[in-house]
Design a protein around this ligand. Structure first.
Ligand SMILES: NC(=O)c1ccc[n+]([C@@H]2O[C@H](COP(=O)([O-])OP(=O)(O)OC[C@H]3O[C@@H](n4cnc5c(N)ncnc54)[C@H](O)[C@@H]3O)[C@@H](O)[C@H]2O)c1
Length: 277
């Protein structure tokens, strides 16, 4: 019997945790910019009974995304998308963050939305970070939600003079992810498919470890220490939310973003003034 296909981008801890939870019995086409990461995760998972094909894929390139989708189509009916590829503020310059996290995610959601099988479902990983940024105007929100992907990076709000630093670029990218999910949910719905976002707080992964060791390291350590949970989260806890969203139990959930941050955002807005802001 032909297997259903999961497209997985990002051979990181969060991507792997979700794929291990939801990818059993499926053919998993795994794309990552670093082929060694894709191969390493494929090896771990294949040795645990999964069926993973690792590929080199750059989320910031439309051609590369289309190539991954073409490979997935050859494998069978694409019923699931997990987008867990991305770079953090300490890992890349502004331009790269906008190109991969913002533009690339928009392209991926749109392109998979064109071919996802009826009843299919997807999840993309945004971030609590976007929830700390000030509200944007309704017009800016709509631009992030609906501008065709190829025009996104030309928006005035994303020009260098309007982006303060890499953290701001990351927050704009993650805000955009959530707005795209809302707009895409309408289109995916026409195919009887669903798409949602998960906005994690600090989850211990190589990406978060780069942040702990980067210029904002103390800020992040204070953030989780002062949060209601008092600790960082794990990729498996993110997979708990993904399991709800990607399974039939989440059948009424689409176009939504789920914040899973141990209460760090609540603390940021309404916690003690001495807490990390
Ligand atoms: N870890 C956290 O604290 C945290 C918090 C909020 C959001 N996130 C988001 O979760 C997602 C997954 O991150 P993670 O924490 O699992 O990190 P990770 O470092 O474990 O994995 C990220 C993977 O994405 C790959 N990648 C980077 N740029 C790429 C590109 N242009 N094309 C294809 N692959 C690329 C990396 O090579 C890496 O394998 C990211 O979007 C990140 O922004 C993480």
């Amino acid at each position: 019997m032909e297997k259903e296909v999961m497209i997985l981008t990002g051979a990181g801890q969060i991507g792997m945790a979700i794929a291990r939870r939801m990818g059993y019995g499926k053919k998993i086409i795994l794309g990552d910019k670093k082929p060694e990461n894709a191969r390493a995760v494929a090896k771990i998972m294949n040795e645990a009974g999964f069926d993973v094909l690792p590929m080199e894929m750059d989320l910031s390139s439309k051609d590369s995304i289309l190539n991954l989708i073409a490979e997935a189509k050859k494998a069978g009916r694409i019923t699931m998308l997990v987008n867990a590829a991305g770079v953090s503020p300490s890992q890349a310059p502004i331009e790269e963050i906008l190109k991969a996290d913002l533009y690339g995610t928009a392209v991926l959601l749109e392109e998979v939305g064109k071919i996802i099988a009826p009843g299919g479902v997807g999840v993309t990983i945004s971030s609590q970070s976007g929830h700390r940024m000030e509200q944007l105007s309704p017009r800016a929100d709509e631009q992030l939600a609906c501008t065709p992907p190829e025009e996104l990076l030309s928006l005035e709000i994303l020009q260098p003079e309007n982006i303060r630093d890499t953290l701001h670029a990351y927050q704009m990218a993650k805000r955009c992810n959530e707005k795209r999910v809302m707009a895409e949910a309408v289109k995916w719905g026409k195919r009887n498919a669903r798409i949602n976002a998960i906005a994690p707080g600090i989850i211990v992964t190589p990406l978060a470890l780069d942040e702990f060791n980067g210029p904002r390291g103390d800020f992040y350590k204070n953030m989780f220490a002062n949060s209601p949970a008092g600790r960082p989260g794990t990729a498996d806890e993110v997979a708990n939310v993904a399991e709800l969203l990607l399974s039939d139990k989440g059948a009424f959930i689409t176009g939504s973003t789920f914040l899973i941050d141990g209460g760090a955002t609540s603390n940021y807005f309404y916690g003690s003034p001495l807490s990390a802001k």
